[in-house]
Every structure is written in structure tokens, then in C-alpha cells.
Design a protein around this ligand. Structure first.
Ligand SMILES: Nc1ncnc2c1ncn2[C@@H]1O[C@H](COP(=O)(O)OP(=O)(O)OP(=O)(O)O)[C@@H](O)[C@H]1O
Length: 583
């Protein structure tokens, strides 16, 4: 879709404020061209001594009233129009936001965060300006131009009008050339602003690393370079924009010289009066606005077009995850990885190969293995963050893609190793999936996740703000808050993806004991635990050991110990480590 169609669609949906603005602008234009005519009449009447006393005051009063009306109408159209342009900005931002929430890892792989932020701010602003100020300035400018030219040629003298217009085709040509340059310059400027945004985002996210490695100087230099580039590109764009005004000035000066020369001759031959020549020169002055508006409108439209050409591919990107499913997750469903294989895009070797595994309701599955062996990927396929390359994931016999995404997500509570806390209170963070939960329910889940005492020690307890704008919780506290959040969501399946890695083993045991107590109340709930620490899975109904994407050992804890393989040696090693720690 082009920018024109986007704006046309917006106008159709919001025709009332646009129509009101157009009406007000038309009235302004008529009053504006009426003023020089009135001044011309007054001048002629004064020259011929026909106007004096209260008549003069009355005529001048009309001029003042016209000026006042113009002022009020200008305020009116701005208010009506900007409100609807902001509405377009809001709609675009909502579309962008919705698009971002629908996308999967592949999309975010291809898009840089800084770019996306720039789209939501700078680019949407530019489109807003094109749909607001640019559009109405175009309307107003064109209307004023037609009326003023009409008054100059038909209302005063067509020969004088035509003579005065000689410089304008040159100006139109100059405008066309300048606007081409403006387009290229603004596209470049928006791109460089994105790069700058990305650098700010990276530096903020990695500020501690930058400092720890003593890279401040290099980081400052990099930033300086990008800031210079962005500033330089914006300056370049402004320089081209600045060319519009001299082009207008030059044309008008030439037109005024022609008008005065030809006008003097016409007055001399009595073809027009002095009052008419006065009005004519005032009309010439009034041409400044349409000319200036033309330059301004072109530059705003170019800016809008450059922004739209960056924004619309993102808005139109196909959904990362197509929700084709129509079915619910069957009650008491077992989860099966049915000979699943998976390879990450662009990777040479598969992350998982021929995984056949079942998690029955009420059971616990432990997933262990060396780092990079595919443990997290197993859960990601169940969550449909990626689709298997071969085989399928099934819930109660139904293939995951046949299940509606919202139903699938309701059935699974996932806690990643690095959970995200939003800038909100601890209570709100826990109640994310159940905003209507009572404080008692929230506290109960926090107790189960062994984080209640930590929260009680925070300055405002459960009301303490956390996340970007609040207190910083430790990695272990964040993990436990996320576990409380998942428990409160109450999904039938809990997935802990190394989600106990930052808590000590005593707390880990406590949380897993609490989980077993909770399961007495909800015997159908199941749990899948990915962990490096084997103590987290030793009670599981089945433990699988992964190596390079394949299951190399499986069974219960005792069976695996008896087997004497990777699990048994890892267990011995971890036991030894724990006893050394305790000593
Ligand atoms: N987004 C990705 N793109 C490409 N390759 C990936 C991606 N995520 C993981 N991998 C690769 O897939 C393999 C399995 O990764 P996975 O995260 O499932 O392992 P893991 O056993 O959970 O590791 P860890 O214990 O370190 O968390 C690894 O070789 C990893 O490098």
C-alpha cells in the first residue's frame, strides 16, 4: 500500500474533522482574498475623497473583523485536524505493537530493536505530519492560489496577472528538483537515526560489560561517529529543504518587479486604478503562502513517504506464527514429542534428532544433558516458538498446529532461565496471567515459590516496583517471582527451563517439595524440568539425558545410576561438589 492510499483510507474513516477543517480553511481563503479587494476600495475612495468619518471607521472595522475571524478559524482547523492526525499515529503504533507481539524469533532475528523503536517514534511522527499538516497545507495552499490568481487576473487585469506569473514555471521546476533531493536525504536521515537508536539501546543493555572491559572510550567514539552521521544526514536534508524558501523569494521578487513595471504603465493608461494596483501587489504578497506551502508540503510528503517505505514492510510482514488451529487442548492430555527433529535456520547440524518422548498428566519429566545438547529447544518446540523440521509435537493426540494458540498457551506455563519482570509492582508481576487474583492468592503462590520472605523484606512488600523503573531483584529472586507467576497462572503443565539455576539447592528442594504438595490438590498437573543440577530431576517419573540433540539415556534416577553412564558420573561429580561446598 502506498502512503497516498493509507492517508486516503484514514480520511474516509475520519471525514468529519477533515471536512470541518476544509470548510474553515475555505472560509479563511475567501476572507483572505477579500481583504486586498476591500483595501483597494478604501484606497480608491480615499484618493477620490469619497470616504471619511464613521464610514471610514466602518470600512476599517470590517477589515479588523475579517482578521479576527481568520485568527479564530485558524485555531479551529488546527485543533480539528491535529486530533485526527494523532489518531492515525496512534493506529499505526497499535498496528506495529500488535505485529511485534505476533512475531516469532525469526522476525526479531531479522529486525534490530533500535530500528523498531525508531519506527514507532520518528517514522510514525513523519507519517502523522504528512496526514495532518501536509494535507491541509496542500488544500489551503491550492485554494488560496486559485482564489488569488482569480482575483489578480479576472478581478483586476488579466494582462497584469499573466505578466506577473512569468517567473513561476521556473520556480515549479526548481521545486521538483529540490523535492527529489529532499526524499533521498530524508530516507538517509531516518536510516541513520535508526542506527543511532540501536547503538543507544545496545549501550544501555550492555553498559556494565562495557565498563567492566574498559571499553568506554571506544563506545563513546562509536556513539560520537553515529551521532555525527545522524546529525550530518539531518543537516543535509534540512539544507535541501532550505532551498525551497529562496526559490519562492526569488520568484516573488521577480514577479513584483514585473507587476510594478507593467502596473505603472496600466495606471498611466487609466486601464486600472491606483487602488487596484495596490490590491494587486497585496495579492502578490499573498502568493507567498501557497508557494511556501508547496515547498513545505512536498518536503513533509517526502519525509512521510520515506518513513512509510520503512514502516510498511514491517507492518505487512507475515505473521511469524500462523494461528491455523481450531481445536482446544484435550482434557488430561499427555504431551508427546513424536520422533521430532529440528534444525535452527542457518545452522549446519540439527539441534534435535528423532526425539520420542511422552509426558503423561500428573507426571514429572526431567531433561538433562551437557550445555547445547538441545534441552531448551525441546521445550521451545512444545511452545511453538519454532516448528519441528520432522515429526510432530502432540497434545492428547492432537498435533500442536491444530490447536488454537491461545488454548495452547493457556495449557502451558513456561519459566525461562532469565525471566523478564515488567516495570510494575511485584504483585502485578506475579499476577500477570491472572490480573484478578487476590493478594492472598498471590502470596500463597509466592510461598510455594519460596520467595514470599524475600518480598516481605522489600521496602513496600508486594507493592514494591521492580523491573527497569524499580528495585533490582537478584537472579534467583527473579526466577522465583517468575515461578510464582507460572504457578498462579494454574496451567495444567509447568515447564521449568533451567528456572532454578540461580537458587541454592536447599531452596530448590523446598520449591520442588511445594510442587509435590500442590499436586496433591491437582493430581493431573504435570511438570517438565530442564536442569543442569541433577538434584532437580531425581524425583522425576522419567529422566532423559540428551547429547547433541539425541536421547542417550533414559529412565528413573535409580535406573540411570545403576547404568553407570553420563548421568551416573555427573551425579557422583555433583555430589562430591556439594560435599566440598558444605565442608
Ligand atoms: N536461536 C538459535 N539459533 C541458532 N542456533 C541455536 C539457537 N538456539 C540454540 N541454538 C543451538 O541449538 C543447540 C541446542 O540449543 P539449546 O539451547 O536447546 O541447548 P541447551 O541444552 O538448552 O543448552 P544450555 O544448557 O546451555 O541452555 C545448540 O547447539 C545451540 O547453539
Amino acid at each position: 500500500m502506498s502512503l497516498t492510499r493509507l492517508i486516503a483510507g484514514h480520511i474516509r474513516g475520519h471525514w468529519r474533522p477533515y471536512a470541518a477543517s476544509a470548510l474553515m480553511l475555505s472560509t479563511i481563503a475567501v476572507l483572505t482574498v477579500w481583504i486586498p479587494r476591500q483595501v483597494g476600495h478604501v484606497v480608491d475612495a480615499l484618493v477620490s475623497h469619497r470616504l471619511a468619518g464613521w464610514d471610514l471607521v466602518g470600512q476599517l472595522g470590517l477589515l479588523v473583523l475579517a482578521g479576527l475571524a481568520i485568527y479564530l478559524l485558524r485555531v479551529g482547523w488546527r485543533l480539528a485536524l491535529f486530533a485526527t492526525a494523532y489518531e492515525l499515529g496512534r493506529t499505526l503504533r497499535m498496528r506495529l505493537y500488535a505485529q511485534l507481539t505476533r512475531q516469532g524469533p525469526t522476525f526479531f532475528h531479522a529486525q534490530r530493536t533500535g530500528d523498531l523503536m525508531a519506527l514507532a517514534t520518528n517514522d510514525v511522527d513523519a507519517i502523522e505530519m504528512a496526514a495532518g499538516e501536509a494535507l491541509l497545507a496542500a488544500f489551503d495552499g491550492t485554494l488560496t492560489l486559485i482564489l488569488v490568481l482569480g482575483m489578480m487576473t479576472l478581478g483586476i487585469d488579466w494582462r497584469l496577472g499573466l505578466a506577473a506569473l512569468i517567473p513561476f514555471p521556473f520556480m515549479a521546476y526548481a521545486f521538483w528538483r529540490i523535492s527529489n533531493h529532499v526524499h533521498v536525504a530524508w530516507a538517509d536521515s531516518l536510516k541513520r537515526f535508526s542506527a543511532l537508536n540501536q547503538q543507544v539501546q545496545d549501550s544501555l543493555a550492555g553498559v556494565r560489560t562495557v565498563r567492566a572491559l574498559g571499553l568506554m572510550k571506544r563506545s563513546r567514539e562509536q556513539f560520537g561517529e553515529l551521532a555525527r552521521d545522524a546529525g550530518g544526514a539531518a543537516y543535509q536534508a534540512q539544507r535541501w529543504e532550505a532551498m525551497f524558501e529562496p526559490a519562492v523569494g526569488l520568484s516573488l521578487s521577480a514577479a513584483t518587479v514585473i507587476a510594478l513595471g507593467a502596473g505603472a504603465w496600466l495606471v498611466g493608461t487609466n486601464a486600472i486604478s491606483i487602488g487596484q494596483l495596490t490590491a494587486f501587489t497585496m495579492y502578490l504578497g499573498q502568493l507567498i503562502w501557497p508557494m511556501f506551502a508547496a515547498g513545505w508540503v512536498l518536503s513533509l510528503l517526502e519525509r512521510g513517504r520515506a518513513a512509510w517505505s520503512r514502516l510498511h514492510p514491517v507492518l505487512d510482514a507475515p505473521d511469524g506464527l500462523v494461528d491455523t488451529g481450531t481445536r482446544d487442548v484435550p482434557a488430561h492430555a499427555d504431551i508427546a514429542w513424536d520422533h521430532v527433529g529440528f534444525q535452527y535456520p542457518g545452522m549446519a547440524v540439527p539441534a534435535l534428532a528423532d526425539i520420542a518422548l511422552t509426558l503423561a498428566p500428573g507426571c514429572t519429566l526431567g531433561i538433562v544433558g551437557a550445555t547445547g545438547s538441545g534441552k531448551s529447544t525441546l521445550l521451545r518446540l512444545l511452545l511453538r516458538q519454532y516448528e519441528p523440521t520432522s515429526g510432530s509435537v502432540r497434545l492428547g493426540g492432537v498435533a500442536a498446529p491444530e490447536i488454537r494458540l491461545d488454548a495452547l498457551r493457556r495449557a502451558l506455563s513456561w519459566v525461562p532461565q532469565e525471566p523478564f519482570l515488567f516495570s510494575a509492582s511485584v504483585a502485578d508481576n506475579i499476577a500477570l496471567a491472572r490480573p484478578d487474583a487476590t493478594r492472598e492468592q498471590i502470596a500463597e503462590m509466592a510461598e510455594l515459590a519460596a520467595v514470599h520472605d524475600d518480598i516481605a523484606r522489600l521496602p513496600q512488600g508486594y507493592d514494591t516496583m521492580v523491573g527497569e523503573r524499580g528495585v533490582t531483584l537478584s537472579g534467583g529472586q527473579r526466577q522465583r517471582v517468575a515461578i510464582a507467576r507460572a504457578l498462579l497462572a494454574g496451567a495444567p503443565v509447568l515447564l521449568l527451563d533451567d528456572a532454578l539455576s540461580a537458587v541454592d539447592s536447599g531452596t530448590e528442594t523446598q520449591i520442588l517439595d511445594h510442587w509435590r504438595e500442590l499436586r496433591q490438590r491437582h493430581p493431573e498437573r504435570s511438570l517438565a524440568v530442564v536442569s543442569h543440577r541433577l538434584s532437580a530431576v531425581m524425583e522425576a517419573d522419567e529422566i532423559v539425558v540428551l547429547k547433541q540433540g539425541r536421547i542417550i539415556e533414559r529412565g528413573r534416577h535409580d535406573e540411570l545410576i545403576a547404568r553407570g553412564g553420563w548421568y551416573a558420573s555427573q551425579w557422583r561429580y555433583q555430589q562430591l561438589e556439594a560435599s566440598l561446598d558444605a565442608a
